[in-house]
Design a protein around this ligand. Structure first.
Ligand code: ADP
Ligand code: MG
Length: 345
């Protein structure tokens, strides 16, 4: 029998890369974190540029508060954040990310360049980051107020991952899905998405309504059949608001945009229940379009558990789902009485 092999400690750089690969599984995950950072920075204009499904280039430019020059050196270290100071803050946190991990993670698995200008700055500052460390000093460059995060060659040091994500079109579709959903939810923020050198594939104006954004992104066939939905439940302390298609509209694939406490998430149980409510009204195997924003007591939900953990669970989940679906049922009953038939003009 062979003697046991020596146990060795992995190099720190390798450990960090593995951890970062967990946080960022594909370009769309990274983009979601970056969009949330821009929203946290109070931007009302967010432009995204992509090359090769985000694997070659993923760039996001915002007109938010910017980052102070003094903060650049520690910007990409793990657990550096401007959003959380004490553990107690966790329960009352209202900003999106709070773990100070997104930028750090990206710097371990891509070439990261950050350019930023605050209102006070006379020019923008720029630096490159590798494995959490700023390379040299910041450089003064021309720029507008706000921040540009440039992520190049994602997974350049993770061959297996890079090879697993071979479909550029699929990665772009996922990116487009994330941008579409955040654009609908964040009426008041203008979003643009384009492929490098191309025209905008998505563009929403900064001052538009949810319905306008849905029309621009998902089309008028959906937008003209939307009803506003609002539902509150004091017992389980939650509020919900959104736009749902009425009984005149149906589609083969259920389009469901779900935000819980303003973070894009998935909740299979809620999705199933909503789909079930519609079965009474829609033709067999057909589904609705539903955009729903749920605001739960932050103490009962940890939507930030893990950046890739899209599927959320929360306290009193069953009762809350039942309550929301009860509200939807009422709304649909009402809309069923005003069924409209369109004729071709
Ligand atoms: P977190 O968002 O959890 O704090 P991140 O790694 O995503 O951690 O970001 C670290 C910090 O960098 C943020 O707390 C914020 O201060 C700053 N930052 C990141 N992106 C932006 C941005 N687009 N505009 C302004 N500041 C930003
Ligand atoms: Mg963040």
């Amino acid at each position: 029998m062979e003697p046991p092999k020596e146990i060795k400690k992995l190099r720190e750089e390798v450990v960090n890369r593995i951890a970062a690969g967990e946080v960022v599984q594909r370009p769309a995950n990274a983009l979601k974190e970056l969009i949330e950072n821009s929203i946290d920075a109070k931007a009302n204009n967010i432009q995204i540029t992509v090359k090769n499904g985000g694997l070659k280039l993923l760039q996001i430019q915002d007109n938010g508060t910017g980052i102070r020059k003094e903060d650049f050196p520690i910007l990409c270290e793990r657990f550096t954040t401007s959003k959380l100071k004490e553990f107690e803050d966790l329960s009352s946190i209202s900003t999106y990310g709070f773990r100070g991990e997104a930028l750090a993670s990206i710097s371990h698995i891509a070439h990261l360049t950050i350019t930023s200008k605050t209102k006070k700055d006379v020019c923008a500052h720029q630096a490159r980051f590798v494995d959490g460390v700023m390379q040299g000093a910041t450089k003064a460059v021309a720029g507008n107020q706000g921040t540009i995060i440039t992520v190049e060659d994602l997974f350049y040091n993770m061959n297996v991952r890079r090879n697993a994500l071979r479909s550029v079109a699929d990665e772009y579709a996922r990116i487009s899905d994330v941008v579409s959903k955040y654009a609908v939810h964040n009426a008041g923020i203008g979003f643009a998405l384009k492929k490098s050198g191309g025209n905008n594939d998505i563009r929403t104006p900064p001052k538009a309504s949810h319905i306008d954004n849905i029309r621009v992104i998902y089309g008028n066939t959906i937008a003209r059949e939307l009803t506003e939905f609002s539902w509150e439940d004091p017992t389980f302390k939650f509020k919900s608001h959104g736009f749902i298609t009425n009984v005149n509209y149906s589609t083969k694939k259920f389009v469901f945009l779900l935000f819980i406490n303003h973070r894009l998430v998935e909740c299979t149980n809620l999705k199933k229940c909503i789909d079930q409510v519609y079965t009474t009204y829609l033709p067999k195997n057909m589904h609705p379009f539903v955009y729903l924003s749920l605001e739960l007591d932050p103490i009962t939900v940890d939507v930030n558990v893990h950046p890739t953990k899209h599927e959320v669970h929360f306290l009193n989940e069953e009762q809350i789902i039942e309550s929301v679906c009860g509200g939807l049922e009422k709304k649909l009953l009402g809309s069923n009485n005003s069924r409209v038939f369109y004729t071709q003009a």
